[in-house]
Design a protein around this ligand. Sequence first.
Ligand code: AMP
Length: 303
Amino acid sequence: MPVLIVGSIALDDIKTQTEKRLDLLGGSASYASVAASFFDQVNLVGIVGSDFPKAHLDLFRQRRIDLTGLQIVDGKTFRWGGEYEADMNKRQTLYTELNVFETFTPSLPPAYRATSIILLGNIGPNLQNHVLDQVEHREFVVADTMDLWITTTRPELLKLLNRIDLLVLNDGEARQLTEDDNLVRAARKILDLGPKYVAVKKGEHGCLLISRDQFFSCGAFPIEKLFDPTGAGDTFAGGLAGYLASLRRPVIEFSDLKRAIVHGSMLASFCVESFSLDRLKTLTPTELDERYRFFRAMSHFDN
Ligand code: AMP
């Protein structure tokens, strides 16, 4: 069964210290769907306005991404602008224009309601909960979130945490959610809120996956030429979810999650090598596999 992905589809304006790019394809579901499509078919649920370029829709279609669940409505697509500091781990949101998102109610086509892996990409937890309300069968649910929802819609987020298997969030968000500066304690506190697993992303320093009795610390692939980190987290989550779907397992084990995290990290390492989804568009399965194997070889410390 294809992986079900819900999230934002956006037109982004991105400013770095050296470049400014306008009207780029962005959004959590865009990055995640293209990333997941390296491993399996994707059913995409989201919304865009009538201004959304056809070329982006063609990209989704070319990548086996089913668009039956995509609403195309009169009005403007969700827009977001961000500016990076010289240290690209630091970014300011310049603006967020909800546009068609303001009235968005995700609706699952009947064929999407029984699914194996679900990725609830970064959108409001009320919408993420609404998607789960419509699902009739699922094996594993991954959810992403952000600082905005932790501040503005905490009750809905807490409700969601009780309904998912894996929460993916970055280190700052984990500290914010739990009010604990120690990441391991913060991750444990999140497990107490419901999910079986938590993956705490630490930007260029990798990711920590923990369950009640196991942990896996995944390093990041070292990247020298970082152009645009936008969407790295969504690409990570999409790659992870797509890989899990491709396993066709009735039960996801910790060892499956470890490999999924490494696959997600490798995809994210490609994503940041150019703006928007440009690098993911040209990436070949062979290049991805080569980087995965190289990373695996370099990560062994006992030989
Ligand atoms: P990331 O770099 O992983 O945080 O994701 C960046 C993407 O998230 C951009 O392409 C934005 O369009 C999208 N985004 C920014 N703010 C929001 C929001 N409030 N809700 C949903 N998506 C957002």
